[in-house]
Design a protein around this ligand. Structure first.
Ligand code: ZN
Length: 721
C-alpha cells in the first residue's frame, strides 16, 4: 500500500482487466477517452470514428454557451448544454467529455510511435525495440487466437500441483509477481490476490521506506459490491456469479465444476470483503498506520509463511512493517484455517484466469468485457484493439513510450508557461493563508513552510525509468505483460530500506491527470494534461487559469485538505496545527462533506453520494478555483486590466474564467459508470464539480449577476481555502 496520491481525476485502482478495456476509469471523471463528435456508420453499427483525423482537440469556445438557459440556475448546463447535445457517448465508451478528443489525440500520437518502432529492424534503439515488439505482440490478434489458452496452462498446472496449504504462500508471491490484476500497485491494493505488499514511505519518518502489507483479495471494485443489499447491488453480484461460471467454463471446466467454483470464489471474496476496512475509514492515515515487527506479522497470520513470502519476492529487511488493517489479516487467517486447500486453489485459478483474460483470445476477452466494462460501466462495445494496446503499452512501458510523446507534444514553451502559472497559484495561496480570519499566526507560519516545501514537477520525469530488465518478445503478449509486471513489482519492493527518490513519478507523461503526493510533498502535472482544452497556448490567461489553473490549484490544495493537512512539509504524519485551528478546520470541512452528501439522480434512483468519501477532492476543487481566480486577477492587474473588463468575444474575463472551468468538465456519463463512481470514486461527478463549487462562490454570483435564492447561490456557502 502506498498512501493515496491525490489525483485530479478518478484513477481506477481496481481490476486491470477493466482498465485495459475501458481505458480506465482513470480518467473517467476527469477526462479521457476518444473521439470527436463525428460518428461513422459501418455495417449497420454506429462505430465511433477513432482515426487521427477525428481526434480533434477541443478549444474553449464561448459560442457553445446556451443562452436560453439561466447561468444562476444550473451553470453546468448553461456552459455545457450545447456541447452535451452535440456529443453523444460513442458505443465503446462509458462517458464522453471535452477531454475525450485529447485522449484520442494522445493515443494516436502514441500509436504512431509504436507503429514506427514495430518493424523488426536491427537499427532500432533499445527503447524502440522494446516498445515496438510489445506493440507487435499485442496487435497480433491471429497469433493470440491461435495460441488459445496455451499461455494459461502452465500457470493452472502450477496451482493444480499444490499439495498442502503451506505451499499457498509461495504461489501468492508468484501471482503478485506475475499478474497485473493480482498485484495492484499504487495506493490501494484491495484487489491484490490475498493481500497487497509493497515498499512505502513510513508515515512517521517520510525519509524512510518500509514494507507495507495491505488488505486485498477482491475482484469487484470494492467491498460494497459484495455487501450492499439494495436491488441493483444484488443484481450485479448475481451477474458476477454468472461471469465467474462462464470464465471457469471457458478455461476448460465442466459446467458443474464451473458452477461450484463460482460459488467458492463468491464465498471467499465476500468473506474477505467483510473483513476489509471501508474506504472512508482508510482516508484517515492514522487508521492505517499500524507498525508491526516481523514477529508480530508472523503471529498475526501464522497460515501465511511470511519468511517464505519475503524470500520469494526478494524483499529487503524492513525496519518494521506497516499492516494497514490488522483486523483484515485476523479474518483472513481464520479463513485460511477454515477452508480446505481445494477452495484456495479455486480462488487462485480465478486470479490467474481473471488477470490473464485481457491478454488472451477473443472468447475470454469478450466475456471479460461483458461483465467488467458493460455491466459495471455501461460500455456497449469494445474499444478498437489498437487503443487497448496503446493503453497497455502506456501502463507497462510508460516512461519508454512517453519520451517520444514529450518530444512531439510538449515544447519547452509549454513547460515554461505552466511553471509560471504554478508559481502564480502558489503566490495566491500564500496570500490566501495570510488573509484567513480563522487561522492563528502560528498555524499560518507552518502552512507557509509546507507550501514553500512543495516541489513542482511539470511534464515528465527528470530521469527516465530503465526497462532493460523486461524481456519483451514478439510472440507472447501475456508473457510481455507478466515480465513488465514483475519488474514493476520488484521495483516497488526493492525500495524498502533505500533512500526516498523524490524525482519518481506515478503517472506516465501522456496521462491526462495530475496528482499531489502527500508523503513526498510534490505536485505532478504530466504533459498529457498540459494540452487543450486544459492548457491552451492560443488562449488568454482567464481561459487557461479557469481550466489548467484550476487543476494546479486543486493539487496544491490537496496538501491542505482533510488528509493532506495531517502531513508536514517533509511528508511526515505530524500535526502542525494548533488545537483550535484544527477544530476550526474540521468545522469548515464538515460544511463541504455535508454539502456533497447529496442525491445523484445521474446514477439511478435513491443513489446517494457519501460526502465523507469525496471530502478531500471537493475541498481541493473549492480551494483550487479560488487560487486560480486570484492568480487570474493578479495576471490581469500586471497587464493593467481587471476581471470585470471585457475580454475577447464580449465576455468579461471573470465570465471567461468560469465558462472555461465548466467547459473543461462537460461530460456525458452513462448511469452505470456514474453509479460505479459514486461507490468507489473519491471525486464528485462533473456536474457537481461545477455547480456545487460555483454555488459556494460570491465571485461567481458577481460574474453572472446571480441573486440570493437562486440555485447557484447557496445560502450556507462553504469555504475552507
Ligand atoms: Zn484531487
Amino acid at each position: 500500500m502506498h498512501f493515496p496520491k491525490r489525483g485530479y481525476m478518478s484513477t481506477s485502482r481496481f481490476c486491470l482487466a477493466f482498465l485495459l478495456i475501458l481505458t480506465l476509469t482513470a480518467t473517467v471523471f476527469g477526462q479521457s477517452v476518444t473521439v470527436s463528435s463525428s460518428l461513422a456508420t459501418s455495417g449497420g453499427v454506429v462505430a465511433a470514428d477513432q482515426t487521427k483525423e477525428a481526434a480533434k482537440l477541443s478549444h474553449f469556445d464561448p459560442d457553445l454557451v446556451d443562452k436560453t438557459l439561466d447561468p444562476c440556475n444550473d451553470f453546468y448546463k448553461y456552459a455545457c448544454n450545447k456541447w452535451l447535445t452535440a456529443n453523444p457517448i460513442p458505443p465503446d465508451q462509458a462517458f464522453w467529455s471535452t477531454g475525450s478528443g485529447l485522449q484520442l489525440w494522445n493515443e494516436n500520437l502514441l500509436r504512431e510511435t509504436l507503429e514506427a518502432s514495430s518493424a523488426d529492424d536491427p537499427k532500432r534503439t533499445a527503447v524502440q525495440k522494446q516498445i515496438g515488439d510489445y506493440w507487435a505482440a499485442c496487435m497480433d490478434e491471429s497469433g493470440i487466437e491461435a495460441a488459445g489458452l496455451k499461455p494459461l496452462q502452465p500457470e493452472l498446472d502450477r496451482i493444480a500441483a499444490l499439495k498442502s496449504k503451506k505451499e499457498i504462500t509461495v504461489e501468492i508471491a508468484h501471482l503478485h509477481h506475475r499478474y497485473p490484476g493480482a498485484w495492484q500497485g499504487g495506493d490501494n491494493q484491495s484487489n491484490s490476490a490475498f493481500f497487497g505488499f509493497t515498499g512505502s514511505q513510513d508515515f512517521d519518518d517520510a525519509s524512510k521506506v518500509v514494507a507495507a502489507i495491505d488488505q486485498g483479495g477482491l475482484s469487484l471494485p470494492n467491498r460494497d459490491f459484495y455487501l450492499n443489499t439494495d436491488e441493483k447491488s444484488v443484481e450485479i453480484l448475481k451477474k458476477y456469479r454468472a461471469h465467474l461460471q462462464k470464465m471457469f467454463a471457458l478455461a476448460g471446466e465442466s459446467e458443474a465444476q464451473a458452477t461450484a467454483d463460482a460459488g467458492v470464489v463468491i464465498e471467499l471474496e465476500t468473506a474477505l470483503a467483510k473483513a476489509q476496512m471501508d474506504n472512508v475509514k482508510r482516508r484517515d492515515p492514522k487508521n492505517i498506520n499500524n507498525k508491526m515487527s516481523l514477529a508480530q506479522v508472523r503471529e498475526l497470520t501464522p497460515s501465511i509463511d511470511w519468511d517464505a513470502y519475503l524470500k520469494a519476492v526478494k524483499a529487503p529487511a524492513s525496519e518494521h512493517y506497516i499492516v494497514t488493517s490488522p483486523d483484515f489479516f485476523r479474518a483472513e487467517e481464520k479463513l485460511l484455517q477454515e477452508h480446505p486447500l481445494e477452495h484456495w486453489k479455486t480462488y487462485m485459478r480465478w486470479q490467474v484466469i481473471h488477470s490473464s483474460a485481457p491478454y488472451l483470445n477473443k472468447a475470454m476477452l469478450d466475456e471479460n468485457f461483458d461483465f467488467f466494462a458493460h455491466t459495471l460501466a455501461g460500455a456497449e462495445q469494445e474499444r478498437p484493439r489498437w487503443r487497448r494496446c496503446v493503453a497497455a503499452a502506456d501502463h507497462d512501458l510508460g516512461e519508454a513510450l512517453g519520451q517520444a510523446y514529450v518530444d512531439r507534444a510538449f515544447p519547452p514553451e509549454s513547460k515554461a508557461r505552466t511553471i509560471q502559472m504554478v508559481h502564480a497559484i502558489e503566490q495566491a495561496l500564500t496570500g490566501d493563508i495570510q488573509s484567513l480570519s480563522w487561522m492563528s499566526a502560528a498555524t499560518k507560519q507552518q502552512a507557509v513552510i509546507k507550501l514553500k516545501g512543495i516541489e513542482d514537477k511539470i511534464g515528465y520525469p527528470a530521469r527516465w525509468q530503465d526497462y532493460s530488465s523486461v524481456k519483451i518478445t514478439r510472440d507472447s503478449y501475456l508473457n510481455n505483460v507478466s515480465q513488465a509486471t514483475s519488474r514493476e513489482f520488484e521495483r516497488w519492493v526493492a525500495k524498502v530500506g533505500k533512500p526516498v527518490d523524490r524525482a519518481e513519478w506515478t503517472m506516465t507523461p501522456p496521462t491526462i491527470n495530475a496528482y499531489y503526493d502527500p508523503q513526498l510533498n510534490t505536485i505532478n502535472f504530466p504533459a498529457g494534461i498540459l494540452q487543450p482544452p486544459f492548457f491552451d497556448p492560443s488562449k488568454d490567461d482567464a481561459v487557461n487559469f479557469g481550466a489548467v489553473g484550476m487543476v494546479i490549484g486543486h493539487e496544491i490544495i490537496h496538501g491542505f485538505d482533510d488528509q493532506g493537512r495531517k502531513f508536514d512539509a517533509h511528508g511526515n504524519l505530524r500535526d502542525w496545527w494548533t488545537a483550535d485551528d484544527g477544530k476550526q478546520y474540521d468545522e469548515r470541512g464538515k460544511c463541504i462533506s455535508d454539502e456533497y452528501t447529496q442525491d445523484v439522480p445521474e446514477a439511478g434512483e435513491g443513489v446517494k453520494q457519501n460526502g465523507l468519501l469525496t471530502q478531500g477532492e471537493d475541498t481541493a476543487d473549492n480551494g483550487g478555483i479560488h487560487l486560480a481566480l486570484n492568480a487570474t486577477a493578479a495576471a490581469l492587474k500586471a497587464q493593467g486590466k481587471s476581471l470585470d473588463d471585457k475580454g475577447p468575444d464580449g465576455w468579461t474575463y471573470r465570465q471567461r474564467f468560469f465558462l472555461s472551468y465548466a467547459y473543461s468538465w462537460c461530460a456525458n456519463v452513462r448511469p452505470e459508470i456514474a453509479r460505479l463512481a459514486v461507490t468507489t470514486d473519491p471525486h464528485s461527478l462533473p456536474v457537481f464539480r461545477i455547480d456545487n463549487v460555483v454555488s459556494n462562490m460570491p465571485e461567481f454570483a458577481q460574474a453572472f449577476g446571480c441573486k440570493a435564492g437562486q440555485k447557484m447561490v447557496r445560502a450556507n456557502a462553504c469555504r475552507v481555502w
